[in-house]
Design a protein around this ligand. Structure first.
Ligand code: ZN
Ligand code: ZN
Ligand code: FE
Length: 744
């Protein structure tokens, strides 16, 4: 494989290229490295395992002065380099005036933070030109202290000296601060009364965490709730207070060594954990944490401390901590002090805050290795607002509002897209208000005035309604893009593809052109339009929305479809899980189509299968059943169930029949996933497009994507998956931006 890496940061003039040269040589990788206007660019080619070692060692062994504050990776096809060389530097280009994301505390600052002789010893707001908050403190461009929430702190003479000294690593570090002049901590009780301040508040927080208390801590993009991740009774209290039944919590570990005590990260996952973006990374769990951290899952979301305050807290404890965003069930993450006092008193026993304002909220990002490639699941802190280069120039300035769930929106101009941070589900008025604020905030920041607004096709998405109103108010055209087409456009843009591709868009559900709910689509796409070539045979979602939380409703619907009323007598898990009367009612609803829209969703098929093999009848968050099936996947199981293509339909009749007959239920998840991969291969052969894009929420399923890649690439197809934006609805806005048909 070939890997292209772009690094930004202090990587010039510190012996970085010779270091890379030696490392590449040692690992016998071929390629080149070059200094670019924004950092270092390189390509390395070789065996996948070696490339991953390269990525990890790049962080672990880099020259002491080198600082990496952003990294772009892209896997490409091999070109067959013969040697590794340091190439002539590119011409000094114009430096891009973009706003940087928030960057995890760098190693030099960390050294000072824990050096008792340093004047910033244990100072929770230490930062430098290469690390610290950026996006979450800037009020307007240009990025000067006066334009950030640091404007209220007047620099002391020593900070000013550093700030003005070109040789100092805090030269023009806008958020520069020290204990004499910078932000300070205060510790509040539930009632919002100040208990203590400064270092003393840290001691109290540590004590409280050891005692099993919940502490709200103000971080970079909002408040976290922290508590001991090893004690079941503690995590249970958190679940009760947050009213969050089973959705997994992220865990913050003090070091990569501690991560390895509790989990089994691969080399690549370690590299991601250590990267300056410091995302939450989904890794294999050893089962040593409290079971309620991630109930019945084999993976946990792990991350490392990324602000000095986190470092101080974690360093003084020998405990991994649950670190979940502090908010009331579905509300946005809390970011302001007053808001924290008002809203967090039912959740936290103590509130640790400080007087540096967070200008805009920004949740933690989530990354998962899918089919061997780091795939963003939620792109937010650490990544946003890094620009995404588009495959062509936009004719007009576009605002794309995204979907309704896991929302992000995007602004696009020329060949650049700026995706917003994670907004969340925009499914009520409060959330819509938050969405609108964030839209105007981002537009204001970039002095952006859209000439066209794009939204989903779904008539009842809050974002669709908002976009319609917006287009009227601003007197600009509105364009609606079909959901799954936008998924594929997003993947194409992510991978900078042009021309035609076969897009496989599988997800929960999205509104289709025919008014039914799509979700198992094979689309022939380019930027001008699409053709729906194949889809899964539609089935009813009995009870509509309710079917999302009850996989057994899907299973029953599939059974009714095949066996009619006889299904009610079958000795199967979903049937057994219900009262007779309830079953009859469901059957009648199905028969008459009452509140039971048709859907071709593969996400729901996963649910139906999970119900049939008896692992999930009722779930508490969307996609839970699919993750459970994914966890049960065994790569040694190679066979699959039957399926047929009938006209333009993928027929699941034999999948279901084989599954019901399958005596080895523990192998059923693998066989089902293998079947789906074979369906992809069959369709790809039928269509005959060489390039195949995978997108939609289902495509975060690692074994599925791995299998599809394996089968298709063996037959000469090229498979493209997401690398910059999520395959979920969190990446929709990028796709919407690129839809050109109406205004080329
Ligand atoms: Zn630093
Ligand atoms: Zn100072
Ligand atoms: Fe979707």
């Amino acid at each position: 494989m070939r890997l292209r890496i772009k690094l930004r940061g202090l990587v010039q003039g510190v012996g970085f290229r010779p270091f890379l040269y030696r490392l590449a040589k040692e690992l016998n990788l071929k390629g080149w490295v070059i200094n670019s206007p924004s950092g270092v660019e390189m390509e390395v080619e070789g065996e996948k395992g070696l490339l991953e070692q390269f990525l990890l060692r790049l962080y672990q062994e880099k020259p002491p002065l080198a600082q990496i504050y952003s990294q772009e990776r892209e896997y490409l096809e091999e070109v067959g380099y013969e040697d590794f060389e340091i190439r002539e530097s590119k011409e000094e280009g114009k430096r891009e005036a973009f706003i940087l994301p928030d960057i995890a505390t760098c190693s030099l600052c960390l050294k000072e933070l824990f050096d008792p002789k340093d004047r910033r010893y244990r100072y929770p707001f230490i930062n430098c030109i290469h690390c610290g908050p950026r996006f979450t403190i800037i009020e307007r461009l240009p990025y000067d202290r006066q334009n950030t929430t640091m404007k209220f702190f007047e620099m002391c003479s020593r900070c000013r000296r550093e700030y003005e000294d070109p040789k100092d690593r805090r030269f023009h570090a806008q958020p520069i601060a020290c204990p004499d002049c910078g932000p300070k901590l205060s510790l509040l009780d539930k009632e919002g009364e100040v208990i203590t301040t400064g270092e003393e508040s840290l001691n109290k927080v540590l004590e409280a965490l050891k005692e099993g208390k919940m502490v709200a801590v103000k971080g970079i993009g909002g408040f976290h709730l922290l508590c001991d991740a090893t004690r079941e009774e503690v995590v249970r209290i958190l679940r009760e207070r947050k009213k969050r039944k089973e959705k997994p919590f992220a865990v913050m570990f003090k070091t990569i060594e501690q991560v390895c005590l509790y989990g089994e990260p691969t080399e690549l996952e370690k590299a991601l954990l250590l990267s300056p973006e410091a995302p939450i990374v989904l890794i294999r769990d050893k089962g040593l944490l409290a079971p309620s951290v991630a109930p019945s899952l084999k993976r946990i979301g792990a991350f490392l401390p990324y602000s000095p305050l986190h470092h101080i807290i974690l360093d003084s404890l020998d405990l991994p901590l649950v670190a979940t965003s502090a908010n009331l069930s579905e509300e946005p993450i809390v970011k302001d002090n007053q808001e924290a006092i008002e809203k967090l008193n039912t959740l936290a026993d103590l509130i640790l805050l400080h007087n540096r304002d967070i200008k805009r909220r920004c949740d933690d990002s989530v990354v998962k290795v899918v089919g061997g490639i780091p795939t963003p699941i939620r792109r937010s802190r650490g990544y946003v607002p890094m620009p995404i280069k588009l495959p062509f120039n936009l004719e007009r300035k576009v605002l794309a509002v995204g979907g309704m769930f896991k929302n992000t929106f995007a602004i696009g101009f020329k060949d650049t897209a700026i995706l917003s941070q994670h907004v969340g589900d925009v499914d009520n008025l409060e959330a819509l208000k938050n969405f609108e604020e964030m839209v105007f905030d981002l537009m204001g920041l970039y002095h952006f005035e859209p000439e066209v607004v794009v939204c989903d096709l779904h008539p009842s998405y809050e974002t669709t309604r908002w976009a319609k109103e917006f287009s009227q108010k601003w007197g600009i055209p509105l364009i609606q893009v079909q959901h799954h087409y936008a998924h594929i456009l997003s993947c194409m843009a992510d991978r900078e593809l042009k021309g035609k591709v076969l897009g496989i868009a599988w997800d929960g559900t999205g509104y289709g052109e025919d008014g039914s709910l799509w979700g198992g689509e094979f689309l022939l796409c380019d930027y001008k339009g699409y053709e729906r070539l194949f889809t899964f045979r539609p089935f009813r979602l009995i009870g509509g929305e309710k079917a999302i939380k009850e996989p057994r409703r899907v299973a029953l619907s599939l059974l009714f479809e095949l066996y009619g009323e006889k299904a009610l007598e079958m000795d199967l898990e979903p049937v057994r899980s219900m009262e007779e009367k309830e079953l009859k009612n469901l059957y009648l609803a199905w028969l008459k189509g009452i509140n039971s829209p048709f859907s071709s969703s593969v996400g729901r098929l996963f649910d139906g299968v999970a119900s049939l093999i008896g692992i999930a009848q009722v779930i508490s968050y969307e996609g839970q059943a699919a993750v459970m099936l994914e966890d049960m996947y065994d790569p040694l199981v190679k066979d699959h169930y039957g399926y047929t293509l009938k006209g333009s339909l993928v027929e699941w009749e034999s999948i279901l029949e084989d599954l019901i007959k399958d005596k080895e239920k523990e192998k059923a998840p693998s066989r089902f996933i293998n079947t789906l991969a074979h369906v992809c291969l069959e369709v790809a052969k039928e269509v005959g497009m060489e390039r195949v894009c995978l997108s939609g929420g289902v495509m975060q399923n690692d074994p599925l994507v791995s299998k599809v890649r394996e089968l298709l690439e063996r037959e000469g197809f090229r498979v493209y998956t997401h690398q910059k934006v999520p395959p979920t609805d969190g990446g929709l806005s990028l796709g919407q931006l690129l839809y050109q048909h109406q205004y080329i």
